[in-house]
Design a protein around this ligand. Structure first.
Ligand code: DHB
Ligand code: FE
Length: 307
């Protein structure tokens, strides 16, 4: 069967016999994807057994709640970022903004809010993981600081696990919303994250293994940054020195999104950050692009957990 015959068949079965109201966008997408699938079945000689294996895999993925894990793992989420970058360039969005990168599947809405500063960890890893200060400034691309910008931060613990999904952690551990102070600054006191690995027995890792791939991410910290008049930024920094920095199974590491860690232990530093022992320090600033009538929308609607 060639593509014309396939398209005719798909149309006959899913378009010509419509008797109710049609969502034309859904119809357009379904027709195209079915045509592509039928064509792949022909070209690759996909057997009935293989087809059902694949369909059962999709069912397993949903049952394990891992759809959002496989999507970054196969590079689809990063691909969408690249397309959005190209759309921005075409729309003439101002240059110099902090790069976007994938949200990933592990955001939880409803984290505690504060202004200027938050302690993010619940103390459970005190003496186990290094104390970490993360701070920075939110500004426009010209460097004008943005007070009252909403900085949502989330990251993994020393096991690479995220609260809410990892029920051994306290509610909202390592998740906070910090509004920048009058100087556009945010500061977080937290603990060093460790890189995340896909659940080893889950369907995502099962497919990655069949592709000869690992499911590891470098140590990283996620952000949503929102400010009036600016485009929402979804991004993260990945931490220099991690063996997976440029071997991230989710392809989230990008130039401009690499954080370097400094060691601080001087009496002045301890006093400045109100700490009594040496700590790790990351400075990470963000530059937001103006929201104009022609700039592509950066808000992504997707199902998210609510804590
Ligand atoms: C996945 C996990 C993450 O922590 C992340 O940032 C991106 C993707 C995942 O499991 O696919
Ligand atoms: Fe993550």
């Amino acid at each position: 069967m060639n593509r014309q015959e396939i398209d005719a068949l798909v149309k006959k079965m899913n378009v010509d016999n419509a008797t109710g109201e049609v969502n034309t966008r859904v119809q357009e997408i379904v027709v195209r994807l079915l045509g592509d699938l039928f064509e792949a079945i022909v070209d690759l000689n996909i057997t009935q057994n293989e087809l059902w294996k694949g369909l059962e895999y999709i069912a397993d993925l949903g049952q394990a709640n891992e759809v959002g894990l496989l999507v970054p793992g196969l590079g689809l989420e990063h691909f969408m970022d690249l397309l959005e970058d190209a759309k921005d360039a075409q729309a003439g969005v101002e240059q110099g903004g902090t790069p976007r990168t994938i949200e990933g599947p592990l955001y939880v809405a409803g984290a505690p809010e504060s202004v200027g500063f938050a302690r993010m960890d619940d103390g459970a890893e005190e003496g186990i993981m290094d104390t970490l200060i993360i701070e920075g400034v939110v500004s426009d691309v010209d460097g004008n600081v943005l007070p009252n910008a909403k900085v949502e931060i989330w990251h993994a613990n020393g096991q690479g696990n995220y609260s809410f999904f990892d029920k051994t952690q306290s509610e909202f551990n390592l998740r906070r919303t910090i509004y920048t102070d009058e100087n556009g600054r945010y500061r977080a006191l937290t603990t060093m994250p460790v890189g995340y690995g896909c659940p080893p027995d889950g369907p995502t890792q099962k497919l990655l293994t069949l592709l000869g791939r690992h499911g590891q991410r470098p140590s990283h910290v996620h952000y949503f940054i929102t400010a009036d008049g600016f485009r929402k930024l979804t991004t993260q920094f990945n931490i220099e020195g991690d063996e997976y920095l440029w071997d991230d199974f989710a392809f989230a590491t990008r130039e401009g999104l690499i954080a370097t860690v400094a060691d601080k232990s001087s009496p002045e530093d301890l006093a400045e950050y109100n700490l009594d022992k040496p700590f790790k320090y990351i400075n990470f600033d963000f530059k937001l692009t103006k929201d104009t009538s022609t700039s592509p929308d950066t808000q992504v609607e997707r199902r998210r957990a609510q804590g």
